[in-house]
Each structure stands twice: as C-alpha cells, then as structure tokens.
Design a binder for this molecule. Structure first.
Ligand code: GDP
Ligand code: MN
Length: 399
C-alpha cells in the first residue's frame, strides 16, 4: 500500500528524520492560509498524488505570495496529474501540501528497499539526487552506493557513516546523515514497510539535512498489525476496480482485454489467461476467488468482472479441491439472476461435487455455455465473444 508524501513525512519525522515545515490543504484558500501559518517568503505547493515525477508533470509549484499559491492550487485541484508512472489516465489531485521552500546546496538520493536476492533490507544512495533512481542508474550508475543491513544487529552507525563518506558528505553533516538513515531504517522495520525513498534528501544553505520529498510503501499483508498505517489508505489513488476487489477480499488485477476470468487459485488463473491467449483472445482481468468460495463470494466476483465495460464474455474456470462446484454454480446462477446478462458466460467445473454443480447450471434455465476442459472453455469463450460482436455489428448495420 502506498501513502502520500505528507503522510510519509509525518511518519519519518516521528522517527527523527528532519523535514521542512509544512501543512495540508483541501482548497486554494486553505493553502494560502497554511502558508501564512508556516511563515517565510517562499513556499512550495505540492500535489499529493501517489506517483513520482510530479515536478516534471506540473505537480510542484514554487510561489512567492498568497495569490501565487491560490493560483497554483486552482490549476491543480480536481485535475488529474499524468506522470510517467501513472499511465495516461493519471491520478486525481484532491489534497495539496504546502511547505516552506528551502535553499538547496546539494541533493542526494536515499532509498531503502527489500533486496530479494540477499533477503535483506538494502540501502541505495547516490550523490546525484533530485532525478528518478532509474535515470541515475542509467546515466550515473557509478554514483550509486549500495549497502545491506544485517537484521540481527540492525543498521549500525559505522555503516551509515561509511555510506555518508562514500557520498562525499562533509564531516560536519555526517551526524545528521546518520540520524536520517537510522530513522528511515527504524520506520521501515517497525512499520513493515517495503520501501522508503527520500528523493531529494538535501543539504540546505545553512547546513541542515532535510527530506524534501518522501515516499513509503507498506506490506499489505502486515497492515493488520499497524492500524495507524492502514487508515492512511487513499482509495482515490487506486485503480477503482482493484480497490473494490480488495474491499471484497478478492484478488483482482485489471487488464486490457475482453474476456473476463473468474478462477480459483493464482496458478490456475495464470493458466486460464494463457489458454485464452492461445485461443486467440485477451483476458480482461486476473481474478482469484480463492479456496472455500461461497455462492455470495462468487456472485461478488461476477458483479466485479461485469462492472468492467470492456468485458465481452466471462469465463468461469474452477478446479475444486477445497472449493465446491455446487457452491460455485449457485454463485454463478445467483449473480446472473441479479445482474443483467448481456454477454456470453462460459463455465468449466471440475473436482468436488462436479455433478451437483452441473445440475444446478443446467436446471437454472440460464443461457450458460458449459465446457469440460480448459481448452474447450477458452475456445468457446473466445468463439462466443467473437460471435457476439459480429451479431451486434449486424444488428447495428441493419438498424
Ligand atoms: P517529485 O517530482 O514527485 O519527485 O516531487 P519532489 O517533491 O521531489 O519535487 C520535485 C523537485 O522540486 C525536487 O527534486 C527539488 O529539486 C524541488 N524542490 C522541492 N521542494 C523544494 C524546496 O523547498 N526548495 C527548492 N529549492 N526546491 C525544491
Ligand atoms: Mn522526488
């Protein structure tokens, strides 16, 4: 789960990382008021959107007066910010963070990530901060310093000092650097983060080390341990289809194709998507309803898949080991009785209670296309979808 910059700054500052004075605003007037409270003569107005690269996309604005702040905010609020990370649809700006601007002497990159090959937290740092890490590693790969933290002893001071030396930090600033790194590491481990990134971490004209930007990502599976982090979730920044699925305990990833998939088990879902492609179609989603799916859960999955306007056919593929085919069948029937059926539905059931399941489908009187194998199911789904489209086209050309 991602959080906003201002939220990450608040958390990190609680762990001893220094940040500029700042405040959140929900309207241009409030932003100007916040700036007066902060004081000073120059401010930075920053769109709070779950993405990097806001600066280049018009999401960061430098202002010298109330009027400039209000104008900058009016341009941002309610708009979608499109960056190289958001995709063309962008993400909405509903919150703006106002900060006192600081004079920058040097910009560093400081990141904490999970390194899967060493199975450790890895610190990634560079003296070429301010640009994205991908650009640093493409253009100045030699400037990147990497250091692995041994979990048994945690992040040691000498290790932080060594990183600071390798970044060429002046001796008088090293203690502040150590404090910053240790604060980030403690926040990372104590809150079950998977990423902490400060870019840029700056040295100001008056010798302060400050986090000017901050990003944190958390392990969703550990959120139950941190209710104060879980409540920072902002659904306005998520793919609405995936957010709805997560709320319903379903494992859903939206894709660009036309064949909706309802499957149990991630492996079977992958195999189903492959088989759809082999049959000449494109999956519209990945949806794993999991084991022990009740009819209600299957019906929820159905409504979710059908809510995607691109879906031209739905393929249900269940291999019931823990699941029960009769429950799945009941769920399909229940969903189709509630939701207007305007696309072909193909169901393949195998495993537990398969005969009961088939009987429920057959007895429902609904136009469900049944298949015995995965290949057959995928071919029928793609065939039915293509047929459906050509029929619609014919209807359109006749009328
Ligand atoms: P991002 O583009 O989404 O990563 O947003 P950032 O918060 O990193 O802001 C973009 C850039 O604006 C930073 O890399 C800084 O160079 C610059 N910036 C942000 N805050 C300040 C500030 O207070 N003073 C100055 N001089 N520059 C700033
Ligand atoms: Mn940044």
């Amino acid at each position: 789960m991602d959080i906003h910059e201002y939220q990450a700054k608040e958390i990190l500052s609680g762990f001893g990382v220094a940040v500029p004075p700042g405040a959140l605003a929900y309207s241009p007037e409030q932003a100007a008021y916040r700036a007066r409270e902060i004081g000073g003569e120059r401010w930075v107005v920053k769109a709070q959107v779950h993405t990097g690269g806001r600066g280049k996309a018009g999401g960061v604005s430098f202002c010298k007066s109330d009027r400039e702040i209000e104008r900058a905010c009016e341009k941002m609020f309610g708009r979608k910010l499109v960056t190289h990370q958001t995709g063309p649809e962008g993400k909405g700006i509903y919150r703006i963070y106002v900060e006192g601007a600081v004079p920058i002497e040097r910009e560093f990159y400081l990141g904490f990530v999970l390194d899967r090959s060493s199975q450790r937290v890895m610190i990634v740092a560079s003296a070429e901060g301010g640009v994205e890490i991908e650009d640093i590693s493409a253009e100045k790969p030699d400037s990147i310093v990497r250091s692995i933290v041994e979990p048994a002893v945690g992040l040691q001071e000498f290790q932080c000092r060594e990183i600071a030396f390798r970044l060429g930090v002046e001796p008088k600033l090293i203690q502040q650097m150590v404090r910053t790194m240790q604060g980030c590491y403690r926040a990372f481990t104590e809150l079950d983060a998977t990423m902490v990134e400060i870019n840029p971490l700056v040295v100001t004209g008056d010798d302060h080390v400050l986090a000017l930007d901050a990003k944190m990502t958390f392990d969703s599976n550990a959120l139950f341990r941190h209710p104060q982090v879980a409540e920072l979730r902002d659904k306005s920044q998520e793919d609405p289809r995936e957010a709805r699925a997560a709320d319903r305990g379903l494992n859903y990833v939206g894709l660009e194709g036309d064949i909706g998939c309802i499957v149990n088990g991630a492996g079977l879902a992958m195999a189903t998507m492959d088989t759809i492609k082999l049959a000449g179609g494109e999956p519209a989603n990945f949806l794993d309803i999991g084991g022990g799916a009740t009819p209600e859960r299957v019906a929820k999955a159905f409504r979710l898949v059908m809510s995607d306007r691109n879906v031209g056919a739905v393929l249900v593929n269940i291999f019931a080991g823990i699941n029960r085919c009769d429950w799945v069948a009941k769920g399909v029937v229940q969903a189709l009785q509630e939701v207007q059926l305007n696309v072909p539905v193909i169901v393949r059931l195998a495993g537990n209670n398969v005969d009961e399941g088939q009987n429920i489908l057959a007895g429902s009187g609904l136009p469900i296309i049944r298949a015995n194998t995965l290949t057959e199911a995928a071919e029928r789904a793609v065939g039915a979808w293509k047929n459906d489209i050509s029929q619609r086209d014919t209807k359109r050309s006749v009328s």
